[in-house]
Design a protein. Structure first.
Lengths: 450, 493
């Protein structure tokens, strides 16, 4: 009866009004032999007991607060200003539904409109939708846009092996019924090859080229020439970008990309063991009718006030039904709000400061780590806040040693790339002090001496 | 801006060059050279102080209607109260700061909770296996349809490309099948609101991949021939997908697997009280019967080493043998899973059954109170929701007008114009978390509005009157397509 505010007397009055004797009488359409099964679940807890139980589970984890963390690989440990969560905890925001009734949903609608504007500014693109589930599904949905754009007549997608392995896996899942040829999705490919190798795979049947920026190994490539090559063949280009890096780096929009997507988690969203995060999705106006997801546009109400509504809804699943580009309905509304509040609080100076802190700390770490005997940096390209470190021993052993010293080590690249056995991907953010980096160097130096 | 208007400036309009909100500690390492050719020339984000930002969003929040603010009888959306302890639980530092790629030994709390949640959802639904990975209901549908497709293909049955979808199913079902390349055959409803059995059987052949069944359906009705419907699909070799969006009527009432449903998604953001967040995030776990378990997305949470005595088991990741692959990065919407877990823990088996009993009681009570004033196309006992027609003989008042007028009385309107099979549909789902006084006030207002429709139809045509904003010019929005804030001139380079 936890959240049911009806007294026994009221229940009896309601049953009488309905014209039945007891609650069970309302369930006569349910097959009798299966009706009211006994559920073998633990007995109900009070709020006090439940809170304690949850504290118990939570205490079973070691977190990025308890440990010194250098783990990234698609989810990043950034500082989240206190005001972000205070705004998210407004019941007016988090207990509202999708803003289908604009007269009483202007808070959500304007917040999304501003989110769209912030993301467009960050990526250098013309339009953003109201969000996708995460970076991986946003990449997968970019294929749907391109496929629809060519009305299914182009059936090849080129994807760089340096796109996040889980994004590529998600894309493979999404496209398994579409009869597409996936080129470049090869973890054994030459990982030093650069954008030219991807460009060489593009042909007249290519609908879309997908690259990551910075790539999965943290490297920064200028994709301008790749875009020129792809466009010459009539193909579209999707860039999956890290939003923090975009505070500093040339935008994919400026490189000519047609679609820019990415994982918005670095923008004020807690790690939370992988979700909920935020997929952002932007494109150029000419592709807007093929873009999936909700879209907020400016208008006026019948009193002449500036206001916002969900627009171009005829693209979406509830109207276009089986001919829709995507089936997405519920998206990441509150996470989009979190990222907008984060961007508003940091502003251009704050976000740029975070990006620079990440960049310089990573470069300081690389400089020091590369000098430890037995360790080495494996790529020479420019990088942002992540890089691959070659270790003298299996990554699992190195990480176990680090963990004994309270350090959460890097991602084991050998899991996804056979050629990168004994390589770990390390990430650095504003959360890592110089002392922490020096400590990492110290502890890793022990590994090389062992 | 005209006097009396309440428009809130955008973040970009509020911006003033040089203002700062948050700052970070100074750089404590040497500066490295930046890659000059790869830098952006400018960053056109607004510049605001923290108080500017907080007040902006505080003012915006006041323009929103919410469950915390009032009654939200939005059919098929299950806008129940979102318990506050759930919010605190999800924010515990031991959860919020765990990285998804940590070694499993350091994340046993998170993995153990997820494992137990899989077990609980299995018990509630009767299924053999559950994945928590899908991000929302429609994402769960996509996962389910991919599983059905993979099952048929692994049986060498590649010709099964037809998905049967009743016209009383949820709106996302056709798109979820369509994006996977299925062909859709729509099945009509019969006079009592059930799946038309004869029409269904006529479609059941060797090309059927399956049926996507919403039960209770979007009319709020439990299919009186449920077992026959399922039998017909199974007889032709098809699978039955259960759309779990309406599970709030069935907790402790019916385990979908017991009647032969093969695969179903759960909406944690409907049935299990996680907040809707103004459009998301949701969470759409999928349960499957034993014959589909090998096809679930990877990874599932499993026991890697059994526990012994006081030693708990070691939880970790397991890959199903014939997995369809990943449907997203990492392991699902963990934050939402914590909230739903807390909710189930606080209800226990009897509490869960009470949820559905009272959800159905509340819906039938409102149905009884509105019957006759509003035409009910299917006048029989409903489940957790029901559909009324928002029109009156001899009046040009429409469902939309009634919906907008309800806002003047500080109620959120019901879902309108869905399901498509009822003219001027008003789909009403009160949920179990409303008291009788609220239901009575809502019924009184609905009856009053029916009266107004006769005496003063323009009052409805022009509604709402008492809300901060009036009806919107949707044509202008679609024609002009202003989708971004105006950027000050010095940003345009």
């Amino acid at each position: 009866m936890t959240y049911i505010p009806i007294s026994p007397t009221e229940r009896e009055a309601m049953l009488a009004a309905i014209g039945v004797k007891k609650v069970e009488d309302l369930f006569k359409d349910v097959p009798a032999k299966h009706r009211f099964p006994k559920l073998d679940l633990p007995p109900a807890l009070t709020e006090m007991e439940a809170a304690a139980s949850l504290e118990g589970w939570a205490s079973g984890n070691e977190t990025t607060r308890d440990l010194v963390s250098f783990l990234g690989a698609g989810a990043y440990n950034h500082y989240i200003p206190a005001a972000v969560d205070h705004i998210l905890r407004r019941g007016e925001f988090y207990t509202a539904y999708t803003p289908y009734q604009p007269e009483i949903s202007q808070g959500t609608l304007q917040a999304i409109f501003e989110y769209q504007s912030l993301v467009a500014a960050l990526t250098g693109m013309e339009v953003s939708n109201a969000s996708h589930y995460d970076g991986a599904t946003a990449v997968a949905e970019s294929v749907n846009l391109a496929y629809a754009n060519f009305r299914g007549k182009r059936t090849k997608v080129v994807i760089s092996p340096t796109v996040h392995p889980q994004y590529r896996a998600t894309l493979r899942t999404y496209t398994q019924g579409m009869g597409l040829e996936l080129a470049g999705d090869d973890s054994q490919a030459d990982l030093e090859a650069g954008p030219e190798a991807i460009a060489s795979l593009v042909d007249d049947n290519t609908a879309l080229v997908v690259v990551q920026y910075p790539d999965f190994f943290g490297r920064i490539h200028d994709y301008t020439q790749l875009v020129v090559t792809a466009h010459a063949r009539g193909a579209l280009v999707c860039v999956a970008a890290n939003p923090t890096a975009l505070a500093l780096l040339k935008t994919p929009g400026a490189m000519g990309a047609d679609i820019v997507v990415g994982e918005g988690q670095p923008l004020g969203i807690p790690l939370s063991f992988g979700g909920p995060y935020l997929g952002f999705f932007t494109t150029r106006k000419q592709y807007i009718h093929k873009m999936a997801g909700r879209l907020v546009g400016e208008t006026v109400d019948n009193r002449g006030q500036r206001a916002y509504v969900l627009t171009l809804t005829a693209r979406e699943q509830h109207i276009k039904r089986e001919r829709a580009t995507s089936n997405i309905c519920t998206n990441q509304g509150l996470m989009a709000l979190a990222s907008a509040v984060y961007l508003a609080l940091l502003g251009q100076a704050g976000l740029r400061q975070v990006a620079e802190l990440c960049y310089h700390k990573a470069h300081y770490a690389a400089e020091r780590l590369g000098k430890i005997p037995g360790f080495g940096l494996c790529f020479s390209s420019p990088y942002f806040h992540e890089f691959s470190l070659c270790c003298p021993r299996p990554v699992e052993e190195v990480n176990a040693h680090l963990l004994e010293h309270g350090i959460l080590g890097g991602y084991d690249l050998g899991r996804d790339y056979p050629a990168l056995k004994d390589h770990m991907l390390l990430a650095f953010t504003e959360m890592n002090s110089r002392d922490e980096i020096d400590y990492l160097v110290e502890v890793l130096s022990e590994v090389s001496h062992d | 801006m005209t006097e009396g208007q309440i428009v809130e400036p955008t973040l970009f309009e509020l911006s003033s060059a040089g203002r700062r909100g948050v700052t970070f500690p100074d750089l404590d390492v040497p500066r490295a050279g930046l890659p000059e050719s790869l830098l952006r020339p400018d960053l056109p984000l607004p510049e605001l102080g923290e108080v500017d930002v907080v007040r902006h969003y505080m003012r915006l929040s006041k323009f929103n209607y919410s469950v915390d603010g009032g009654f939200y009888p939005l059919g098929s959306c299950t806008m129940k109260y979102n318990p506050k302890v759930n919010e605190d639980a999800a924010r515990l530092p031991g959860f919020a700061f765990v990285h998804p790629l940590q070694p499993i030994e350091t994340a046993q709390g998170a993995l153990g909770l997820m494992f137990e949640m899989q077990e609980w959802l299995k018990e509630i639904s009767g299924f053999s296996a559950v994945t928590l990975q899908p991000a929302a209901g429609a994402h769960g549908e996509l996962t389910g349809v991919l599983i059905m497709r993979a099952y048929h293909q692994s049986s060498g049955d590649a010709k099964r490309v037809k998905m049967l979808i009743p016209d009383s199913a949820h709106g996302t079902n056709p798109a979820s099948s369509g994006v996977v390349g299925m062909q859709i055959a729509q099945i009509p409803s019969d006079e009592r609101g059930n799946v038309d059995l004869a029409a269904l059987k006529a479609q059941c052949d060797e090309t059927v991949a399956g049926l996507m069944l919403t039960n209770p359906n979007t009319l709020g009705l439990f299919d009186e021939n449920l077992e026959e419907v399922i039998k017909a699909v199974h007889a032709c070799g098809g699978l039955v997908y259960g759309d779990g969006a309406n599970l709030n009527a069935l907790l402790g009432v019916l385990r979908p697997s017991d009647v032969g449903i093969d695969v179903m998604h759960f909406n944690l953001h409907k049935t299990f009280s996680t907040p809707h967040g103004g459009g998301g995030p949701g969470s759409g776990p999928v349960g499957v019967a034993a014959h589909l378990a090998d096809f679930l997305p990877t990874p599932l949470i499993g026991i890697i080493e059994a526990g012994q005595g006081d030693t708990p088991p070691l939880y970790g990741y397991v890959t199903p043998k014939k997995t369809i692959g990943r449907v997203k990065a990492f392991h699902g919407h963990f934050g939402m899973i914590i909230r739903a877990y807390t909710y189930i823990a606080m209800h226990g088996p009897d509490g869960l059954r009470a949820i559905s009993e009272y959800a159905v009681l509340n819906a039938n009570y409102l149905r009884a109170r509105l019957n006759k004033t509003y035409h009910l196309p299917h006048d029989r006992i409903c489940m957790h929701e029901f559909v009324a027609e928002g029109r009156f003989e001899g009046s040009d008042v429409r469902a939309l007008d009634i919906a907008k007028r309800l806002m003047d009385y500080n109620f959120h309107p019901p879902t309108n114009y869905f399901p498509l099979i009822v003219h001027e549909a008003l789909m009403i789902e009160p949920t179990e978390t409303e008291n009788k006084d609220t239901l009575d006030r809502f019924a009184d207002v609905m009856i009053q509005i029916a009266q107004e429709a006769r005496t003063d139809p323009d009052l409805l045509h022009n509604a709402p009157h008492n809300t901060p904003f009036g009806r919107m010019d949707e044509v202008k929005a679609a024609r002009e397509l202003v989708l971004c804030c105006w950027l000050p001139e010095d940003y345009e380079k």
